[in-house]
Write a protein that binds this ligand. Structure first.
Ligand code: DQA
Length: 154
């Protein structure tokens, strides 16, 4: 059962060829494969979905409430700056999540500085290219370990 869910929003299927000066040369396929391998080394299973459709991401977040997902890592792409609906989905299921961006959204156009997710995320990793995802995964794994310890203590 996958306990870590990785979600990627619109246009991230084009990573590798899309605006490499902002997003680098690594494909999403490569990022997902390397995260899956890293998660497995630490005894975790990662499930991944990329979608260009807001409703598919929302439905996957709803499903996560009942499928054993302990934490979500999400790069919402441009939905970061527009989607109250995705924000509400996270509030509805109350699963902790980490927000990830390849580029540093605070060093770009003004409209990218607003995120509908940052204030309700556990944390935000932004600006480290594909390494942002690995850093978020490390934080996710540590968080799951802490939650497990806490459950044992209770
Ligand atoms: C992005 C930043 C967003 O502003 C942009 O719309 C994306 C990618 C990033 O990973 O840097 O699609 O989320």
């Amino acid at each position: 059962m996958a306990d870590i869910l990785l979600l990627n929003g619109p246009n991230l299927n084009l990573l590798g060829s899309r605006e490499p000066s902002h997003y680098g040369a690594t494909s999403l396929e490569h990022i997902v494969a390397s995260m899956t391998a890293s998660a497995a080394r630490d005894g975790h299973q990662l499930s991944a979905l990329q979608s260009n459709a807001e409703h598919s991401l929302i439905e996957r977040i709803h499903a996560a409430a009942g499928d054993g997902t302990g934490i979500v890592i999400i790069n919402p792409g441009a939905f970061t700056h527009t989607s109250i609906a995705l924000r509400d989905a996270f509030l509805a299921v109350a699963i902790p999540f980490i927000e990830v961006h390849l580029s540093n959204i605070y060093s770009r156009e003004a409209f990218r500085k607003n995120s509908y997710f940052s204030d309700i995320a556990m944390g935000v990793v932004t600006g480290f290219g594909s390494l942002s995802y690995q850093l978020a995964l490390r934080a996710a794994i540590e968080t799951l370990a802490e939650t497990e310890q806490q459950t044992k203590r209770d």
